[in-house]
Design a protein around this ligand. Structure first.
Ligand SMILES: Cc1cc2nc3c(=O)[nH]c(=O)nc-3n(C[C@H](O)[C@H](O)[C@H](O)COP(=O)(O)OP(=O)(O)OC[C@H]3O[C@@H](n4cnc5c(N)ncnc54)[C@H](O)[C@@H]3O)c2cc1C
Length: 483
């Protein structure tokens, strides 16, 4: 097989997949290499899932410009890509006079950045709006939204794939060599040649730049831990505290997810190992105490899980805060476009980042728009969201809709099958989980995981020993325990 491409993208997070999707509008041969067994395996699958409005970022920065642009186009993009999205609005809550001053400053900053509809709420209005929330005043952001970041990333990837981009999962880049024509990149067991390389490797982007001979970047991993609460309707919109200077995040917040759960977090803690997504007791205790201050009625019995995501920060521990995104073609290495320090609001900004990279590449490449580019992509139909009449029609059409595999979330066998048959060919339990939303309920897969394993073995011919949670090193079964 020929592995020569016009553009090679490193990293299948939201940013790499958005770059792939935007570039797939043009007549180019494009490949994306991802070291993990599926897309969204890094920060893009481990975050707060909020479409930010853009008032937190410094006016004139790339973060501010691309976030506001991303926010304003996000709903339309989710419609095109069939990704769940809900404009909830958001409240930033003040607990003292210093916080009220911070909120007034953020309102002015947001207006300078182009955010729409920001409003300061006095205590009475905050009480009337959300009586369950503590605080003495708030900043309301009506344009903030929540969405499903995993499905968003997978949808960008699938749409790029539909438009001709080749995906190579389980292909870790280990060498990048400059050649007269461009680059020779070793990933997994293959050598790729490409005229241009776009480095979207998140936490490992400085490492990729160094492989290409540029030692100037440094990434400091900064972990954010979260609690997941069971489905509840106690909170209609994300609630954040007024941010404190230098914490390197936006503060511990409560966010209703698009699927009806609430997440609490994230913490912000610099760590050594960029792969260490552990949840730790001291941080979880602190998260819970801070969440109680925001929403005093929270009960421990609501907790059903935890997770952590890691920010690729450019600001070292002593500095804290945010440094702006770096998105540029390197003068010292023409043809290499580096994306460094794409921390929050990187999801919100992902499509504008994709367009910015397209603009950079168009300065040195012929870019002819394709006549047959398809901007839309269809996701898996959610049985549980259909009317009883539609459900009956689906069951008549395909009896697998009549078999519920995940009881907590009412996910049918037909949906599990569609998740297994995803266009990217990702066959891990987590690939099925995030596409069909199975195993995500209170039982955490206790009921449906054996059934999913059975479908994978009996209907798709996988040996039980081949089934993994997230790829190599996470096998579900290591041998027989029963004859
Ligand atoms: C705790 C937390 C909360 C956040 N909340 C929000 C939010 O609410 N809203 C928002 O807009 N943003 C948020 N963000 C930021 C957002 O998640 C990131 O900016 C965005 O996901 C970055 O996408 P990415 O594609 O650059 O990186 P990633 O998603 O990390 O993708 C990089 C990919 O590169 C791959 N890779 C790395 N090295 C190699 C290699 N050698 N070869 C091949 N592949 C490689 C990785 O496996 C990974 O899949 C949050 C981030 C964190 C950590």
């Amino acid at each position: 097989m020929n592995h020569n491409f016009d553009v090679l993208i490193i990293g299948g997070g939201a940013v790499g997949c958005a770059v792939a999707r935007e570039l797939s509008r043009y007549d180019l041969s494009i490949a994306l290499v991802e070291k993990e067994a599926d897309v969204a395996a890094g920060a893009s699958g481990r975050n707060s899932a909020v479409v930010h409005a853009g008032f937190n970022n410094k006016p004139g920065s790339l973060m501010a410009k691309l976030c506001v642009e991303g926010n304003q186009g996000f709903e339309a993009a989710c419609q095109e890509l069939d990704v769940p999205y809900r404009k909830t609005g958001k409240l930033l809550v003040a607990f003292d006079q210093a916080d009220l001053d911070t909120l007034a400053r953020l309102k002015a900053q947001g207006e300078e950045n182009g955010c729409r509809g920001l409003r300061l709420l006095p205590q009475e209005e905050l009480r009337a709006k959300l009586p369950q929330v503590g605080g003495i005043g708030a900043l309301e952001s009506p344009e903030t939204a929540v969405f499903d970041p995993f499905l968003y990333t997978a949808a960008l990837a699938e749409n790029a794939h539909q438009n001709g981009v080749q995906f190579f999962l389980n292909h870790q880049v280990t060498a990048i060599q400059k050649t007269p024509e461009g680059f020779r990149v070793t990933a997994g067991d293959k050598d790729f040649s490409a005229r241009r390389v776009v480095n979207c490797a998140g936490l490992f982007s400085a490492e990729m730049a160094a492989l290409a001979g540029l030692d100037r970047y440094r990434i400091y991993p900064c972990r954010g831990e979260y609690f997941i609460l069971d489905k509840t309707d106690i909170l209609p919109m994300p609630i954040y505290p007024a941010p404190k200077a230098g914490i390197g995040g936006l503060g511990v917040h409560l966010t209703p997810t698009i699927h009806g759960n609430i997440i609490i977090g994230p913490s912000a803690e610099y760590i050594e190992d960029p792969a260490d997504t552990a949840s730790t007791q001291p941080v979880m205790d602190k998260l819970w105490a801070e969440a109680q201050q925001l929403l005093p009625g929270l009960k421990g019995r609501h907790i059903i899980g935890s997770y952590a995501g890691i920010r690729p920060k450019q600001a070292p521990p002593g500095e804290g805060g945010f440094r702006d995104f770096v998105i540029r073609e390197e003068v010292a290495c023409p043809g290499l476009v580096n994306l460094i320090g794409i921390e929050s609001p990187g999801l919100t900004a992902s499509l504008p980042i994709g367009r910015m990279v397209t603009g950079i590449l168009s300065l040195s490449m012929d870019m002819t728009e394709k006549k047959d580019f398809t901007p839309t992509r269809k996701g898996i139909l959610r049985f549980r969201d259909q009317t009883p009449e539609e459900q009956a029609r689906l069951i008549a059409q395909d009896p697998d809709y009549g078999e519920v595999v995940c009881r907590c979330q009412t996910v049918t066998k037909a949906e599990i099958r569609q998740a297994i048959e995803n266009p990217l060919g990702a066959r891990t339990v987590s690939a099925i989980k995030y596409r069909a939303w199975a195993t995500t309920g209170r039982c955490s897969g206790g009921y449906c995981l054996p059934k999913i394993s059975e479908i994978l073995t009996k209907e798709y011919g996988m040996a039980p020993e081949e089934i993994t949670h997230r790829g190599e090193g996470s096998h579900l079964f290591t041998g027989r325990v029963k004859v």
